[in-house]
Write a protein that binds this ligand. Structure first.
Ligand SMILES: Cc1cc2nc3c(=O)[nH]c(=O)nc-3n(C[C@H](O)[C@H](O)[C@H](O)COP(=O)(O)OP(=O)(O)OC[C@H]3O[C@@H](n4cnc5c(N)ncnc54)[C@H](O)[C@@H]3O)c2cc1C
Length: 140
């Protein structure tokens, strides 16, 4: 499998799997990333509605499958705050004239990503921002 994945030294994969199995069986903590794995069937995932029966388990019995994963920036939250008119507001809650924000620039979501709602955030507040900006008299 290491060869199929293009891993130059197969021993690296062997060591990674051995460490993972040892972490779960003897330490109760993922020593590489500091996560606390659990096989509690009541354990829920971070995303509401996704029922994860076993949070983590040792990798022991085949057949094994592998996919190559790469990191991407999926979504950002936070940033400048906005009001219902999509106006950017200052730290005192006052609208900053002629400055509008939408989408990920000051996401409406809190600390947890609301699956499938990010495009709506961009489209709804983008439309509001455009509509409000179009009402303004141009600078001359
Ligand atoms: C892989 C992936 C899957 C996703 N799946 C979903 C999903 O299923 N449902 C969902 O709701 N959301 C999903 N999202 C999130 C959603 O796509 C984004 O939250 C949304 O597109 C953000 O819109 P936005 O207009 O705020 O920003 P963006 O779409 O990032 O638009 C910003 C634009 O600004 C341009 N730009 C940047 N700098 C400059 C500059 N200096 N001058 C001019 N232009 C500039 C960029 O080129 C870009 O076109 C997904 C995101 C990713 C990455």
């Amino acid at each position: 499998m290491a060869q199929k994945l293009g891993i130059e030294d197969p021993q690296i994969l062997v060591n990674t799997v051995n460490r993972w199995n040892d972490d779960l069986k003897t330490k109760g903590i993922d020593t590489e990333y500091g996560r606390t794995p659990s096989a509690d069937p009541k354990q829920k995932a971070v995303f509401v509605g996704r029922d994860v029966k076993a949070w983590s388990a040792p990798i022991e019995e085949g057949p094994f499958y592998a996919v190559k994963l790469v990191p991407v920036m999926y979504h950002t939250m936070g940033g400048p705050r906005r009001n219902v008119k999509s106006e950017c507001i200052d730290p005192y809650g006052k609208a900053i004239p002629r400055l509008y924000v939408a989408g990920e620039l000051g996401s409406t979501w809190g600390i947890t990503y609301q699956g499938a709602c990010a495009n709506a955030d961009a489209m709804i507040f983008g439309r509001i921002a455009g509509r409000e900006a179009a009402k303004l008299k141009s600078w001359s």
